[in-house]
Write a protein that binds this ligand. Structure first.
Ligand code: GLC
Length: 748
């Protein structure tokens, strides 16, 4: 059935394309982002009544479409298939029948709707049997979805695809299909998993002659098929809701990530200790044990900044309570830890225990804080504390109530909050699609539940923690969550494949805006081995969120559970990380300003180099540092691809020319690190136990001959005062081996 184009009305920078069966709105932002939205139910020619489509999901974008400035104009029509041409800034949109668009950027065709019908492969009549067999790893069956909304675009022959958050599989997502539906699956995550904890509907297409991002803002269950069904096209299929996407063209990945984070928010600069080493385990049973852990790090001279308290500290897993026998005085614990330069982070899950004598349950019931069943009763399921109810974080009143409870933790000296189980996970089967939240039914809220929980927590800390920058760690997230939280990749295992997976995930999370990310070092489930633990540490050496965490019942994996060789290798790795913390902090500041991630896949820095499109067993820290960890057992060396240019071995200073593979020496206690010619890297010298020991007089500037520039940044490491100018910024420029220094800002 055709849907013919009728005409077009333009208001400022929005064009309403009027078709026989409704309208399509195209808005061109001043920075060349193009917002395409279909609003069923909106009468034709709505624009004349002042209708301008706004962001689909509240709180995800920082800018509403209506904030964009400028004027679109209709131009002449050149070709019979093209019914109208809309242009503004560097964008030209060719409008065709059936709501098909071709979008040109700087005169070049970049994004084309696929105009033919999808070529679905024939289904074998017994296929459902096989699907049932694999059920645990498959989300839903391929049923006809009558309300589905599909975006379908041509796939270029050489297009590579990145992003989509924490999805497993290769760095380059081309040829794979995924489902956005926040999922907690404890089985070891493998390439064939379609879904994991996070749903970030943003991806980057890197072609030979173009680069662009697509952010499809729809929170319902969504399939992303990147040339899996057919190599001629890719599609995004939302089970329900509206078509609403942003097209973001740029000259390279950096520009595209910049546009995406300008729209959904950048990862903020955290307090500096967050970039230090974190130690955690589900099963630190008493507060004395937590203190002993901190002491052991000091005794063994392994730097450490943070210890996490998992659910063990609570009274019967009731959130915002403490077990008065095992954790009788957390305030004194946090004070003792503070004397040792160590902070405390505690876990908070969303499920509230159903218990008439428990203040969270009572208060929540009184204020109608929990999600409902369709019959109006409060919906119940089970999580750690047994029968539990689920706060409706889409409600402002619930977010403020929850946020204020952070005071309880702050009063006990807790410095950051770890939000877990917020997919939401549930033990008595999944929440039904029709569980009711203020924002809509569970099927619409599921993928943003974790986002709104993190927002509640962030805002609570921002209000109650004396002006300190809040730190929230989350398992579930949506687009834009990076404004409120960092994320870790959930329950990985102590297996070699998960070192590789952690790097793929960190690289894709980083280009998906969630730059504060990392995986459990050593692996969460299963038993580690000493060698695996060391290589896990080395792989994460410059990953923004750096935490050793493991599950109760698995082999313990603090470094001292093993021999001297292991302890020495871990110490060396953690010290290497601390040496680079001034550089990491500078990059984190840059990330808040521009969205440029701290850790980057090689393809981000070298998009034109076809060799790096699928490399994720190497990554970059900023533009200057390349890390090539060993991710397999028994190795003493590994091959390293060095992109074009000159590189220096960090340890020996030996110079290599790039554009080729080399063999790097990698005994157990060494992670190969190469530095780009022209690099300027602020590093910390001297004895360091925690980030507290890194004072400005201990920071020196490493330089490597060549051409380069870098801005070193300083502030109070803790508060938001830098946003009012309380910081120093010095620009260093290298030419050959001459280093020049220029003060850009002096505010301290
Ligand atoms: C979940 C988390 C894990 C945590 C455990 C107990 O499995 O992903 O990190 O240790 O719950 O709270």
């Amino acid at each position: 059935m055709g849907n013919s184009y009728k005409n077009c009305k333009i208001q400022d920078n929005t064009a309403e394309l009027i078709y026989e069966n409704g309208s399509l709105f195209v808005t061109i932002f001043e920075n060349n982002i193009v917002h395409v939205a279909q609003k069923p139910g909106i009468e034709s020619v709505a624009i004349e009544e002042g209708f301008i489509p706004k962001a689909a999901t509240p709180d995800v974008t920082c800018k509403d479409t209506s904030d964009a400035k400028g004027t679109a104009a209709e131009a002449g029509v050149s070709d019979a298939a093209v019914k109208a041409v809309i242009s503004a800034r560097d964008i030209t949109v060719y409008v065709k029948d059936n709501e098909k668009l071709d979008i040109y950027y700087k005169g070049k065709l970049v994004l084309s709707d696929y105009e033919k019908a999808r070529k679905k492969s024939e289904k074998n009549p017994y296929e459902d049997l096989a699907i049932a067999e694999l059920e645990g790893h498959t989300v839903g069956k391929d049923e006809e979805k009558t309300d589905a909304v599909t975006i379908i675009k041509k796939l270029g022959k050489d297009d590579a695809i990145y992003g989509l958050g924490d999805k497993p599989g290769c760095l380059n997502k081309r040829g794979y299909s995924y489902v956005n539906w926040n999922t907690d699956d404890p089985a070891p995550h493998v390439d064939s998993f379609k879904s994991l904890y996070k749903s970030i509907p943003f991806f980057i297409v890197l072609g030979d002659e173009y680069c662009y991002g697509i952010f499809a803002d729809n929170t319902y269950k969504t399939t992303f098929d990147f040339g899996y069904e057919n190599t001629d096209y890719y599609f995004v299929e939302h089970e329900k809701g509206e078509l609403d996407y942003y097209f973001m063209p740029g000259n390279d990945m950096a520009e595209v990530v910049g546009l995406y984070t300008s729209l959904t928010g950048t990862t903020p600069l955290y307090q500096r200790w967050i970039y230090g080493s974190h130690q955690s385990r589900w099963g630190y049973y008493t507060q004395d044990e937590v203190l002993d852990i901190a002491d052991k790090f000091r005794e063994l001279d392994i730097p450490c900044d943070v210890i996490h308290m998992d659910i063990d500290y609570m009274n019967g897993y009731r959130v915002f309570t403490f077990d008065d026998k095992k954790f009788p005085d957390v305030k004194s614990l946090s004070e003792k830890l503070a004397d040792r330069g160590v902070k405390l982070i505690s876990i908070i899950d969303p499920g509230v225990k159903k218990d008439e004598d428990y203040f969270m349950y009572k208060e929540g019931m009184e204020m109608d804080a929990f999600a409902h069943d369709t019959d109006g009763s409060v919906y119940e399921n089970a999580v750690w504390p047994g029968t539990s109810v689920f706060p409706d974080f889409t409600k402002q009143s619930v977010r403020s109530w929850w946020g204020d409870k952070t005071k309880i933790l702050l009063e006990h000296g807790i410095s950051g909050i770890w939000n877990d189980m917020n997919e939401p996970a549930s033990f008595n089967g999944p929440l039904p699609d029709d569980v009711q939240f203020e924002y809509g039914a569970h099927e619409k809220v599921h993928n943003i539940y974790g986002h709104f929980m993190a927002k509640a927590t962030y805002e609570g800390l921002a209000k109650n923690d004396g002006g300190k920058r809040p730190f929230v760690l989350t398992r579930a997230a949506y687009a834009g969550s990076q404004k409120y939280c960092g994320g870790w990749t959930g329950d990985n295992h102590s297996i070699w494949a998960h070192i590789a997976l952690s790097l793929e995930q960190v690289c894709n999370l980083s280009v998906s805006g969630l730059a504060m990310c990392g995986s459990d070092i050593g692996g969460f489930g299963s038993d580690t081995t000493p060698e695996l633990l060391v290589r896990f540490y080395e792989a994460a050496v410059f990953v923004p969120f750096f935490r050793n965490h493991s599950a109760m019942g698995t082999r313990r994996q603090e470094p001292w559970q093993f021999d001297e060789t292991t302890i020495d290798a871990v110490r060396k790795t953690v010290k290497l990380r601390y040496r680079f913390i001034p550089y990491i902090y500078d990059l984190a500041h840059e990330c808040e300003k521009t969205g440029a991630p701290i850790v980057r896949p090689l393809v981000y820095e070298y998009p034109a180099d076809m060799h790096v499109r699928n490399i994720s067993d190497e990554y970059m820290l900023g533009s200057f540092v390349l890390v090539a960890p060993v991710i397999a057992p028994g190795k003493e060396a590994r091959e390293v691809y060095l992109p074009d240019g000159d590189w220096y071995d960090y340890y020996t200073g030996e110079k290599y020319s790039g554009g080729r593979y080399i063999l790097a020496d990698a005994p157990l206690d060494k992670v190969p690190v190469f530095i780009k010619a022209g690099a300027i890297i602020p590093v910390a010298d001297g004895e360091i136990r925690s980030t507290e020991d890194i004072t400005e007089d201990k920071i020196s500037i490493l330089t490597y001959p060549g051409k380069g520039s870098f801005v070193h940044y300083q502030d109070d490491n803790e508060t938001f005062a830098y946003r009012d100018g309380a910081y120093n910024a010095v620009e260093y420029t290298m030419d050959g081996d001459k280093l020049e220094k220029r003060v850009l800002h002096k505010g301290l």
